[in-house]
Design a binder for this molecule. Sequence first.
Ligand code: ATP
Length: 354
Amino acid sequence: MASLTLKGLTKRFGRTTALSCVNLHVKDGEFCVLLGPSGCGKSTLLNIVAGLLPQDEGTVLLDSQPVDSLSPRDRDVAMVFQSYALYPHMTVAENLSFGLRMRGVPKATIRERVLETARLLGIEDLLEQKPSRLSGGEQQRVAMGRALVRRPRLFLLDEPLSNLDARLRDSVRLELKRLHRQIQGTIVYVTHDQVEAMTLGDKVVVMCDGKVHQVGSPETIYSQPVDTFVASFIGSPEMNLYKGRLIRKDGCPHFVGSGFSLKIEGVQLDLDGCEVEVGIRPEDIRIGQGVSVALQVKVEMTSYVGSEKYMHGRLGQESVTVRVPREADFRAGDIAPLSINPDRVHIFHEGRRI
Ligand code: ATP
């Protein structure tokens, strides 16, 4: 397999800048997920790497060698699309072998590779079936198989699970993770689903409006978002984010929001008086006192999502979401004390983490 490097990749469609000076390095064998809202440029990036679309500026390198002048075929990368793009008139075996036949690989080698791939994906029994007879999950496996059988230098996967129902998506996601361990391939995987990104990626690249906002492990982007976009995009329910001002009270920095204030630590003195945003994840707020910062919330409602329960209410003039114990019983109008661990408060100045 190969490493992938992107240097200053820029792509415009008329007045739309789909990609703006994207730099990225994906190590050999790494599972890299491109995550971002619809229209942020994920598919454009994948198509440029595959050679299906020319970039306006920048370079694509595989194993440190520029491949910009190579055709898609000569780049030796395999792409799996959301639609699977299987040939309906061919059997599964013929779908799997098509790419190898086109490349003139000897028949015996093709037979061997098709069987090996089918075994790896658990689809040996389906080899003589036509795609129309297969379930969505089976078609997805055949599409993966068609990429695997070629033993490419790089796999590019464009939302390959989005046509599956939620339950099947969960199990195929785990299969994909297992498969990656086995084949040790370099994968660039596109999704707008953060759960998918967090569970699959060794490295997650968060994008918005054609720009890379943050590259890091799932843990890093969740616990140390570099800006307010990443902070609010990652996490469900969303991080509570409040605009306000930093002031010094009794020698300690405080954040003063709309109708509430928080003592915070670890802030540079030169930000005294500055407008900032603070972010607090719903699980970093506790009901009841005990930690150093105590506040009050007016309960509006609770929501139960099976494994978790959330309370939604007002903190001063702002809305707040708090993860609460499942047995907690709140009624609309209740006043509950909240405490926030100051170590878990994220502070952003001009949109950037400080
Ligand atoms: P989605 O998740 O919806 O597929 P995406 O993140 O993959 O979105 P892209 O499809 O890469 O985003 O599109 C990035 C931007 O470029 C969008 O504003 C889109 O409208 C624009 N764009 C993409 N392809 C073309 C094209 N062929 N012609 C004109 N504009 C395009």
